[in-house]
Design a protein around this ligand. Sequence first.
Ligand code: HAM
Length: 536
Amino acid sequence: MAEKKKFQAIKGTRDLLPPETELWNSVEQTAREVFGTFGFGEIRPPIFEPTELFARAVGGETDIVSKEMYSFEDHGSKGLTALRSLLLTPPRSITDQQSMWLYECFLLDFLSQLDLAMQNQTISKSPENLRAQQDLSTLAGELSQTRLRYSETNSGTDSEMFNKRMRKVSIFVLLINMGDELALRPEATASVCRAYIEHGMHALPQPVKLYYMGPMFRRERPQKGRYRQFYQIGAEVLEMVPPNQDPAKNIGKDAAVDAEVIEMVMAFFARLGLEGVKLEINSIGDRDCRPKYVELLRAELLKVKDKLGPDSQRRIETNPLRVLDSKLENEQGIIAGLPKIADHLCANCAGQYAEVKRQLNMRGVAYAENWRLVRGLDYYMRTTFEITALGLGSQNAVCGGGRYDGLVELLGGPPTKGIGFAIGEDRLILSLQEAGKGGAAQGRDVFVAWMGEKAQATAIAAAQKLRAAGFRVELPPVGQKFGKALGQADKLGARYALILGDDEVATGQWTVKTLADGSQTKMSEAEFLEMLRKGL
Ligand code: HAM
């Protein structure tokens, strides 16, 4: 008998179930409403994109891209992948004919499957692939000749030759592009920018304001508030820069856009009644002033290198700004003494930062400045911000965002400004639940208790009418004794039980029981509908 396998959701992923999904839906509905009032429209980008898009946008050295992305090669042949791994890792040295013959078989098998895949067009017949295929076929012939010669001579020169050719095989195998490198999106800003370029949105009235919601994927260590499939609600504002525009002239305008985007998230959180909301802001400079600050920081960090942990030591070289993110207790004192970016901003960045603060004040948005807020994605410049909320433990950032002028251009589009944020919806829901704002179980307005064939016809017609009027109705598929039916209605949290038996069908007067107080009255269908409408 086949073993019964118990399937479970993969680590770091989970099912969202009723009644919790009620809360998810209402949060998403509120986002649509609030963002709509600020003039945002919804974009639904695909869930997978070329790996290169995220590498370029988010940064190849970031944790998100270098460690956490779910990427895969997009082709249909598992057999080829397995054979390729075998050919790519040949034993260091083969000296027996049996192993030589086996290696040759792997190569021949690989070549025949490759040929088939190219004919089926599951693997591209690009000039590079065809050349590598040709080279591999030639090598297969040469390997075979060498093995046969070795079987006669047993000479070390022949076995060495075989091993040399084997290593050549692994190089040619690597040259074959089996399919596009794709990745499950770890975030959506890159996708939105890609879509802005692809659909020529720079030709639309600017700025283009878009919001999105949906799952993102990062291979992180799961814990409370951190998942491998998590959900974001995000928004982006993109605006093409007209040619010859003086960037300094637009500092006030950019700052107002930044402040309005932040105001929008705060308005959304306020509408939801999210508790303990704290907004932190910073400016991380631009292409002019940041590199100078980073060099200064690197020089200062090198002076204290020995006192830092291995992660921070590594970051001195790769990305010194990320050292400021460190949560290690023993590094806090050292970090507090490092130079602060606010003291090294160029005039434009400093002007814009001051203006963002003034704009936030004008809008009544409370904030705290945090000079260590650098964010873990490479595309940011100038304004960055993060929002924390109550009840989330160590993973308390419920929203992160910032300005990313230049990202669209980096991805092949026209010079464009950008600012946006993403809310971690899982964390937002968690915080709402911790504050007792969880979704209530989805009750029913009416439970239709019926018995007998004639009553079933009336019950079906009644349920259809009530549902069409927008009420939640439970219609049992089989007739039940009324006592049992009322018990079930109670369990489902129904407000009313509509009792339909022979008597009710004959007279057209329905028995309606109010479950909260047990009272029972007779009324016509029209009267019942009227009562429901008034009560809701
Ligand atoms: P991020 O800071 O990487 O920014 O993510 C934004 C939010 O997503 C975080 O503050 C957190 O609430 C949530 N989040 C991130 N990773 C996880 C996880 N593994 N589990 C649960 N929640 C998580 C971005 O993604 C940028 N694209 C934001 C942005 C948009 N910047 C400009 N526009």
